[in-house]
Design a protein around this ligand. Structure first.
Ligand SMILES: Cc1cc2nc3c(=O)[nH]c(=O)nc-3n(C[C@H](O)[C@H](O)[C@H](O)COP(=O)(O)OP(=O)(O)OC[C@H]3O[C@@H](n4cnc5c(N)ncnc54)[C@H](O)[C@@H]3O)c2cc1C
Length: 454
């Protein structure tokens, strides 16, 4: 099976050497790999937030007979290795473009869903006693220059007025006391709701809750072939076959595109890489000019996202290259460490203890993709959170469950109960095999804009 990126990104039997894997503990999960011929009503491909949340809500609210097939361990994909920002977002279209294309009402509805998604994860953690180590009470967007601060200020005002968002600005001096003190910060936007969490613990807790309520999870069960026999789907793994009446296809940046023509060449996976330092005590953090637990990003187009973790480590993430090879990834990790020293000179001597990478998912339309396959309406899908899936993939899983099992499912191919911005399947990329080259051009262009804008 050929892969879009370097094969090293698709080793399903191996866990990432992430800080999350090192600190999550062993989950209390009973699921075994699929063996022999098995049946269910709804089969879900992919054991990340989208698939697990769909499974959890299908069993909890509708008592549906559900099984999840996951190629690696539960949370092997982006859901177990992300930055843990449980924050707003999921489209890369600017708000002004959203309004001009979809209208103000749809844009407002979409933003209400984003807020609901963050609240939903917080509530899930409480309801199911998931110990995902929540941190902070907002997300910060840090201006890299005075010009960026002014642009953010007018964005905050606009979105507060037009969409009712809870955004406000704090000055450079105030942020130096509440956030962090460093040469490249020129004030920040405070974005609510938003918080940080331990992504793998959240994923495992969601899986445990789904199992407790009756979902059957099959880790290490990569779907290799997907056939249709009459109106039944046959999902074949190395050791078994699962027969189902309906399928929810997830996968996001790791989408198994080869399984169905209806999904091929539609997602745009992009590498994201993360480094983590040794822990610091609260006193040491204060001495080094760091005062916040809130997840934070900076205002460049090729931005960094960063936060202090619950044990005082500093975590920073950014884009990887367009190839995905280990050598190139190593060069990116080295560049990130150099950038950290430049951006936060007081962190320059810290040792790094963990580094890892994974794939996020964009689309041609720069918005999430939720729907039913026009060629076969018994297939539902949800993907493309544009690097913001902790809250939004969880929310989409619930929306898929409600749609599939709920009274309002009807015959719509599009989830008409969801805002238009998320509806429908993203278009195919022309000459899809060139997607990494498009990405390369796009990243070069954005780097150039960032350089001109410095
Ligand atoms: C490094 C990194 C940092 C990120 N940081 C953040 C962040 O801070 N905040 C945020 O909101 N989002 C972040 N994201 C994005 C977020 O993690 C994703 O949007 C979200 O996890 C998507 O969930 P998912 O369930 O749709 O996909 P995934 O979690 O990727 O799950 C898809 C699963 O499908 C499985 N699969 C693939 N092929 C098959 C097959 N043939 N058979 C069975 N299973 C298969 C994969 O093994 C995988 O586990 C980050 C992502 C990365 C990679």
């Amino acid at each position: 099976m050929s892969t879009l990126f370097h094969p090293s990104l698709y080793r399903f039997a191996e866990a990432q050497p992430s800080y999350w894997e090192a600190s999550a503990g062993t989950p209390n999960l009973q699921g075994k790999k699929l063996e022999g011929d098995q049946q269910c009503d709804v089969a879900i491909i992919g054991g990340g937030y989208t698939g697990l949340s769909a499974a959890y809500h299908l069993v909890r609210d509708y008592q549906v007979d559900v099984r999840v097939l996951e190629a690696g361990h539960i949370g092997w994909g982006a859901s177990g290795r992300n930055g843990g920002f449980c924050c707003l977002g999921s489209s890369k279209l600017s708000v002004k473009t959203q309004i001009s294309r979809f209208g103000i009402d749809e844009t407002r509805a979409y933003h209400r869903c984003l807020v609901d998604a963050v609240e939903m994860v917080r509530a899930l953690g409480q309801d199911e006693a998931i110990d995902f180590l929540p941190q902070g009470d907002a997300e910060y967007g840090v201006a890299e220059s005075r010009k960026h601060f002014a642009a953010m200020q007018s964005q905050a005002e606009f979105e507060r007025r037009e969409l009712g968002m809870d955004y406000h600005m704090i000055s450079q001096g105030e942020f130096a006391e509440r956030g962090y003190d460093a040469p490249h910060q020129h004030g920040a936007m405070v974005i609510r709701p938003g918080f940080g969490l331990h992504p793998l613990r959240y994923c495992q807790g969601l899986a445990e809750a789904a199992e407790r309520r009756g979902a059957v999870l099959h880790p290490h069960s990569r779907v290799l072939q997907w056939r249709k026999q009459g109106d039944r789907h046959l999902l074949e793994t190395a050791d078994g076959t699962l027969t189902a009446t309906r399928v929810i296809l997830t996968g996001n940046g790791f989408m198994p595109e080869h399984l169905h023509r209806g999904i091929a060449e539609r997602p745009l996976p992009i590498q994201s890489q993360i480094v983590v330092t040794r822990p610091m005590s609260p006193e040491e953090l204060r001495e080094r000019g760091w005062f916040t637990q809130n997840p934070t990003y900076n205002s460049k187009r090729m931005f960094f996202y960063y936060r202090v973790l619950s044990d005082g480590r500093f975590m920073c993430g950014g884009r990887g290259n367009h190839i995905g090879d280990p050598l190139g990834a190593g060069q990116v990790f080295t560049r990130m460490q150099r950038e950290i020293a430049r951006m936060w000179p007081r962190f320059a001597d810290l040792e790094f203890t963990h580094q890892w990478r994974g794939l996020v998912c964009f689309t041609r339309t720069l918005r999430p993709s939720v729907g039913r396959m026009p060629e076969d309406p018994s297939i539902y899908f949800g993907y493309a959170y544009h690097g913001n899936g902790v809250a939004n993939a969880s929310w989409t899983g619930r929306a898929l469950a409600q749609w599939l099992a709920g009274a309002d499912s009807g015959n719509d191919l599009l989830p008409m109960h969801l805002p238009a911005i998320m509806r429908g399947r993203s278009p195919r990329f022309p000459f899809g095999f060139l997607r990494r080259q498009y990405l390369r051009l796009g990243m070069t262009y954005y780097r150039l804009l960032d350089w001109l804008d410095r």
